[in-house]
Design a protein around this ligand. Structure first.
Ligand SMILES: [Ca+2]
Length: 214
């Protein structure tokens, strides 16, 4: 091969490689076990449970969102009497199945009106209500941030209910694009998913593409 041919073939290889790099993250997207994870339109997959005096409302918010056309906005007026973290929860209606010794990850986008914390919880959705995991004091700020938690299931459980608990604070909180899947944290690239465009998002998008091409 002459030098020009070699150069052309190298260029073609680089092109093919970059196309593959763009396709792979989509092709191997995680298998999300939750229902209605993006809070679009009617929220069939989630249930806001309140034990009085705990009180809150769940609304689909089409202005504040991170992935897709809407997010969940939870306005809390009373966190309850403090007797249980389950006094005020948003639980997913999917019957999740986990196997002992397997690794699972939960991740989601969140922001709040002011800094606050959040509790994540998952347990067997029937007697004896075996706990799968619980994480407290997750920091939520005024900027959209992705929180992720990875754990190993100690026992095989079905049906498991996954829930957010809001008893930490009355501050309004938003949630979007919630995923529960087998495996380690998948740093999903949300490029291509319709989302709110602001300068910060554009920067994040560019950085995502640069990282993928490395
Ligand atoms: Ca959404």
């Amino acid at each position: 091969m002459n030098q020009k041919r070699i150069y052309q073939s190298l260029l073609m290889s680089a092109l093919v490689a970059s196309v593959i790099l763009f396709i792979v993250p989509t092709a191997f997207a995680v298998d999300n076990m939750l229902m209605d994870p993006d809070f679009e339109e009617p929220v069939l997959g989630w249930n806001l449970a309140k034990r009085p005096p705990a009180a809150a409302t769940l609304k689909i918010d089409k202005k504040e969102k991170k992935v897709g056309p809407a997010s969940a906005r939870i306005e809390i007026t009373d966190v309850g009497n403090g007797a249980s973290v389950h006094n005020l929860t948003l639980d997913n209606q999917a019957d999740i199945s986990v196997k002992a010794k397997k690794t699972y990850t939960v991740d989601f986008w969140t922001k709040a009106k002011a800094d606050r914390t959040l509790i994540l919880d998952a347990l067997l959705n029937q007697d004896p209500w075996t706990g799968l995991f619980r994480v407290r004091d997750l920091p939520v700020t005024k900027e959209w941030t992705r929180i992720h938690h990875t754990f190993e299931a100690k026992v095989t459980l079905f049906p498991v209910v996954f829930l957010f608990s809001f008893v930490d604070s009355k501050t309004t909180i938003w949630l979007d694009h919630v995923r529960f899947y087998e495996g380690e944290f998948d740093e999903e690239d949300i490029v291509g998913k319709p989302q709110a465009v602001n300068p910060a998002d554009k920067l994040a998008t560019t950085w995502g593409i640069l990282k993928m091409q490395k």
